[in-house]
Design a protein around this ligand. Structure first.
Ligand SMILES: [Zn+2]
Length: 374
């Protein structure tokens, strides 16, 4: 069977490999599940691994099969698998509890304190840009057929769900927290999914991007789900609170770290800022009004938290939001799936789009490995 792989630490090494079809016997306790991949998303992480920025091959291999945003159909299950059956749609989680930290041992590997990650398609485990994979049923989340068309968005959404879960857990400190308004910084695919998840929770949502909203699909998507969209060139975030009021929750996913200091100044009393951008550069920011920010955080009991990766419960939360969104705004999520690549063999096309996503106006690029209808 075909798979799309890279040679880790070698730039632009993406290529097709031929692999043996896996068997459910590879998983212990007869808990193996064989899944045929139907769709697999491609994102900045895949681009960065192909740029040799990170990525580690599994033990015994010199290549790493890419792909973490997955969706597939169950073909075969081991005899101790009762919760999933052949024909079911599933999405697999990404990180595995193979580290040494206490969090790995209690199944909270998304909070691991280890430096070595075991993540399918990213680090030490092959990914899902492949025709078939085998996984322990423990790491598979069942998908209702009603959201099959857009379920490839579940993995990126799971990261947001974890951020929002952490926010609500932290805010339990308040005994009563009835957040009303949120700002979402960044309106790429993560930003759009965040806008959606917050709208499904009833927030008034204000989204911000760099681009002018005119003729910008992402801005139109924000507005069509009931959020506002402003370019920070026209309305800087700190100024926006004069128009919209201070935000109970701010979710940052721009990749532009200086904006976090503006975000800190835009929070309401008792509000929470969630940081979700991985900024691997060396940017430094001066002119930060540190006295003001510090005082706001102290006197207003404000909070800030970082979030990465996701666990099974966050995928399950995401299934509910995707299903609710399809019911409330049919077709909205499907409009995010802007660029379909037919077949893994056309991987070069996917990377051309990933490397020039602005030129292509791409929101989500994904492979259709196999058609969803049988
Ligand atoms: Zn991704």
């Amino acid at each position: 069977m075909k798979a799309v792989a890279v040679i880790p630490k070698k730039q632009n090494s993406v290529h097709l490999v031929e692999m043996d079809k896996p068997s459910i016997d590879e998983v212990k306790n007869r808990r193996g599940v064989l899944v045929e991949v139907l769709r697999v998303g491609a994102c900045g992480t895949d681009r960065e691994i192909n740029n040799a920025e990170y990525g580690v091959a599994p033990k015994g291999f010199d290549f790493l099969v890419l792909g973490h945003e997955n969706f597939g159909r169950v073909v075969e299950v081991g005899e101790n698998v009762t919760e999933i059956e052949p024909g079911n749609y599933v999405v697999a989680t990404v990180r595995r509890p193979r580290g040494k930290s206490i969090y790995d041992q209690i199944g909270e590997q998304d909070f691991t304190t280890d430096d070595k990650y075991f993540e399918r398609g990213i680090s030490r485990l092959h990914g899902y840009m492949v025709e078939f994979y085998v996984e322990d049923a423990e790491f598979l989340v069942k998908i209702p057929p009603a959201i099959a068309e857009i379920a490839v968005l579940l993995e990126p959404l799971s990261i947001i769900e974890k951020g929002l879960k952490q926010a609500s857990d932290i805010q339990e400190r308040l005994k009563i927290w009835h957040p009303k308004t949120a700002a979402v910084l960044g309106t790429g695919n993560v930003g759009l999914l965040t806008v959606m998840a917050l709208r499904m929770r009833g927030y008034t949502v204000h989204s911000f991007g760099k681009q002018s909203g005119k003729g910008y699909l992402n801005a139109e998507l924000c507005e069509s789900i009931g959020a506002t969209y402003d370019s920070t060139d026209d309305l800087p975030l700190v100024e926006s609170v004069k128009k919209y009021g201070e935000y109970d929750l701010v979710f940052e996913c721009t990749g532009y770290s200086p904006i976090i200091f503006d975000a800190m100044q835009s929070l309401n009393e008792n509000g929470i800022l969630i940081l979700a951008s991985v900024t691997g550069g060396e940017r430094k920011t001066d002119q930060v009004p540190s006295d003001k920010i510090n005082q706001m955080f102290v006197l207003g009991n404000r909070a800030m938290v970082g979030t990465v990766n996701a666990n099974r419960e966050h995928f399950e939360m995401g299934v509910k939001d995707l299903t609710l969104c399809e019911a409330m705004h049919p077709g909205w999520l499907g409009r995010m799936l802007t660029h379909k690549i037919e077949g893994l063999e056309n991987f070069a096309q996917a990377f051309e789009i990933l490397n020039n996503s602005q030129k292509y106006n791409a929101i989500k690029t994904y492979f259709e490995v196999k058609a969803i209808s049988k």
